[in-house]
Design a protein around this ligand. Structure first.
Ligand SMILES: NC(=O)c1ccc[n+]([C@@H]2O[C@H](COP(=O)([O-])OP(=O)(O)OC[C@H]3O[C@@H](n4cnc5c(N)ncnc54)[C@H](O)[C@@H]3O)[C@@H](O)[C@H]2O)c1
Length: 250
């Protein structure tokens, strides 16, 4: 029997960036617990492949989260499929690094667009379909929301802005009982970081600032995701919760 504090069975949950390393782990965990899932990503082929591996009810829609028309249409489809939306989890992301004096302005804009503007568009498209009982929105921010790593001008700026967006939306939508939060992971092994972590010096540097002495794994985030999606977290709003092996303590 599922614990009523952390029960997602029958909840209509939209996951954006569902095909990524974090999104797919979240989708599998929620599917196993009986959530009614809408999986969205810009990668159509990956969506079809992923949906075959998920237990329970699954709908899939291709989306580009920086396109407002797309976000409105896809969240409407999710709502039509399940009679509303209870939870939005946004695990889309762009990760570009490089010295500030060499970073292309286009890369800076693109990173901000996906990580921050996309989060804004998804949040308001989802909130429209949340019932009078409320709902929960969870974004994946990063330790870079507060840690100022050199070479992270684009990424860290976008994630700091995302954490502040979460705070503002949490205040605006609290009267509708819509909670808005983020999770801030440390360096986690997923396709987003594979190329970076392949370099020994990058990996060693990343490990040297994590007190728990290991990189994150997607599974490390699942308990906090479940908390924020369920009544167990029903008085938490406006927070970025760092799930980071102590990275933000250094
Ligand atoms: N992996 C890490 O070390 C780490 C650490 C901290 C925070 N995060 C954050 O967690 C989130 C997920 O990261 P991940 O490691 O799973 O990345 P990932 O690259 O494995 O997955 C990202 C997913 O987002 C999708 N996506 C990208 N742009 C999109 C767009 N415009 N429209 C729709 N879908 C789009 C991609 O197709 C991909 O499936 C990101 O926001 C990332 O910044 C990751």
């Amino acid at each position: 029997m599922s614990d009523p504090l952390f029960d997602v069975s029958g909840k209509s949950i939209v996951i954006a960036g569902a095909c990524g390393g974090l999104g797919s782990a979240i989708a599998r965990m929620l599917g196993e617990r009986g959530a009614h899932l809408t999986l969205t990503d810009r990668d159509h082929a990956a969506l079809e492949k992923l949906s075959d591996t998920i237990a329970g009810k699954v709908a899939c829609f291709e989306i580009n989260v920086v396109d407002e028309t797309d976000t409105i249409a896809v969240l409407q489809s999710a709502s039509d499929t399940y009679g509303g939306i209870d939870v939005l989890i946004n695990a889309t992301g762009a990760f570009v690094t490089g010295p500030a004096d060499q970073l292309a302005a286009e890369d800076f804009r693109h990173t901000f667009d996906v990580n921050t503007t996309g989060a804004f568009l998804l949040s308001r498209a989802a909130a429209k379909h949340m019932s009078s009982a409320g709902g929960s929105i969870v974004h994946i921010a990063s330790v870079s929301s507060i840690v100022a790593n050199p070479n992270y001008a684009a990424y860290a700026t976008s994630k700091a802005a995302l954490s502040q967006l979460v705070r503002v939306l949490a205040r605006e939508w609290a009267p509708q009982n819509i909670r808005v939060n983020a999770i801030g992971p440390a360096m986690t092994e997923t396709p987003l970081t594979t190329a970076h972590l392949a370099g020994n010096s990058f990996r060693d540097q990343a490990l040297s600032v994590i007190p728990m002495g290991r990189l994150g794994q997607p599974e490390d985030l699942l308990g906090t995701i479940l908390l924020l999606c369920t009544s167990g977290g029903n008085y938490i709003t406006g927070q970025t919760i760092y799930v980071d092996g102590g990275r933000t303590l250094v």
